[in-house]
Design a binder for this molecule. Structure first.
Ligand code: F6P
Length: 342
C-alpha cells in the first residue's frame, strides 16, 4: 500500500507530529510506503511527491510549520486541477491519501472523495472552528501564546494606566479570543459571533475606571465586527477559497476608544506569532493520536472519514458532516468570560 500525505491551508503547530505518527505506524506496523505531497493540493496537481522514510520524520515532533510545506490551493479553481490530482494519484501509484487541514482543505477532500478519491481527513486549525471535533491541534498552542502575551501586556498597561487592545486570530469564530482572554484575564472580549457596539465598549472601559482600576485589556478577534461598520479587512482581494484578508480591527478599535474616551490606548496585533513555533505538549499528543487514528482508518479502508476528538476519545466522523458548517463559540463559555468584563 502506498499512502500520500498532504498539509493544506494555514500552517499550525502539530502538523509535523501528525506526519510523524502516520509514517511511523504506517511503516513499522503495516509495512506501507509513505509519500509526502509538497505544498498541499498544489503538490498533487504538480506531481511534487517525495518518499518519506523513518529518517525523514526523525526529530520533527517539536517543530512548528510543516516539513511538507502548505498552500491555499483550491484544485476546483485551477484549470484541470481535479483531473491532474487523479492522474498523479495513478502515476505515483498512491492507493490512499491523508489530507491534514481545516475547513477548506477538508472541504476539497470531501468533494474529491465523492469523485472516488480514497482519502482520510485530519482536522487542523488554530481557530478551532471545525465541526464534529472538540478540539483541533494547534489551538492549544495559540491560546498559550495569547495567554502569555496578555500576562506581559497586563504589567505594561498597568504601569502606564492605558487601555491595551490585543488583536488575535479567529476569522469566523472567536475561540482563541475567548479561551485566550479567559486564561489571560481580559477585561473585554470581542468575537465574530457577537457584533459589538462601540459606545458599549467604551462604557465598559469607563465603568472599570470608575471602580478605581486604571487600565484595561481588550481582546478582539480579527473577525469581530463593529455594528456600525461591519468586517474590517486589509484588502478586498480574496484567496482561492473566497476569504478576504482580515486584520485592522485592533487599530480601528484602539483609535475609536482613544477618541471617544480620551484614555491613552495602545494596540498589539499578535498575528502569525500565534501560529508559529513549537506545539504545546497537549497539541503534540493530540496530533500524534490523530495521526495514528488516520493511518488506522486507511488500514481499515474507511475512506471519506475524518478523525476527531470527542471527550477523551478519538472517533471517526464522516467528512461530509465535519465540513457542513463551522463550529462557533459556545455561548455558555462566552457568558463565563463576561463575568469578568468591565
Ligand atoms: O485559518 C486560520 C487563520 O489563522 C485565520 O485565523 C487567519 O485569518 C488566517 O489563517 C490567516 O491566514 P494567512 O496565513 O493566509 O495570513
Amino acid at each position: 500500500m502506498r499512502v500520500g500525505i498532504l498539509t493544506g491551508g494555514g500552517d499550525c503547530p502539530g502538523l509535523n507530529a501528525v506526519i510523524r505518527a502516520i509514517v511511523r505506524k504506517g511503516i513499522m506496523f503495516y509495512g506501507y510506503d509513505c509519500y509526502g505531497i509538497k505544498n498541499g493540493w498544489l503538490g498533487l496537481i504538480e506531481g511534487k511527491i517525495v518518499p518519506l522514510d523513518l529518517n525523514s520524520i526523525s526529530g520533527i515532533l517539536p517543530r512548528g510549520g510543516t516539513i511538507l510545506g502548505t498552500s491555499r490551493t483550491n484544485p476546483f479553481k485551477k484549470e484541470n486541477g481535479v483531473e491532474k490530482i487523479f492522474s498523479n494519484m495513478a502515476k505515483f501509484e498512491l492507493d490512499a491519501l491523508v489530507a491534514i487541514g481545516g475547513e477548506d482543505t477538508l472541504g476539497v477532500a470531501y468533494k474529491l472523495f465523492q469523485q472516488g478519491l480514497k482519502v482520510v481527513g485530519v482536522p487542523k486549525t488554530i481557530d478551532n472552528d471545525l465541526s464534529c471535533t472538540d478540539y483541533t491541534f494547534g489551538f492549544d498552542t495559540a491560546v498559550s501564546i495569547v495567554c502569555e502575551a496578555l500576562d506581559r501586556l497586563h504589567t505594561t498597561a498597568e504601569a502606564h494606566h492605558r487601555v491595551m487592545v490585543v488583536e488575535v486570530m479567529g476569522r469566523h469564530a472567536g475561540w482563541i479570543a475567548v479561551m485566550g482572554g479567559l486564561a489571560g484575564g481580559a477585561d473585554l472580549i470581542l468575537i465574530p459571533e457577537v457584533p459589538f457596539d462601540l459606545d458599549d465598549v467604551c462604557r465598559e472601559i469607563q465603568k472599570r475606571r470608575e471602580r478605581g482600576k486604571d487600565f484595561s485589556i481588550v481582546v478582539v478577534a480579527e473577525g469581530a465586527q463593529p455594528k456600525e461598520n461591519g468586517l474590517i479587512t486589509q484588502s478586498e482581494e480574496r484567496d482561492p477559497f473566497g476569504h478576504v484578508r482580515l486584520g485592522g480591527i485592533g487599530h480601528y478599535l484602539g483609535r475609536e476608544i482613544e477618541k471617544r474616551t480620551g484614555l491613552e490606548t495602545r494596540v498589539t496585533v499578535l498575528g502569525h506569532t500565534q501560529r508559529g513555533g513549537s506545539p504545546t505538549a497537549f497539541d503534540r499528543i493530540l496530533a500524534t493520536r490523530f495521526g495514528i487514528a488516520a493511518i488506522d482508518l486507511v488500514r481499515e479502508g474507511k475512506f471519506g472519514m475524518m478523525v476527531s476528538l470527542q471527550g477523551n476519545k478519538i472517533v471517526p466522523v464522516p467528512l461530509e458532516k465535519a465540513v457542513a458548517q463551522l463550529k462557533t463559540v459556545d455561548m455558555e463559555l462566552y457568558e463565563i468570560a463576561k463575568v469578568f468584563f468591565g
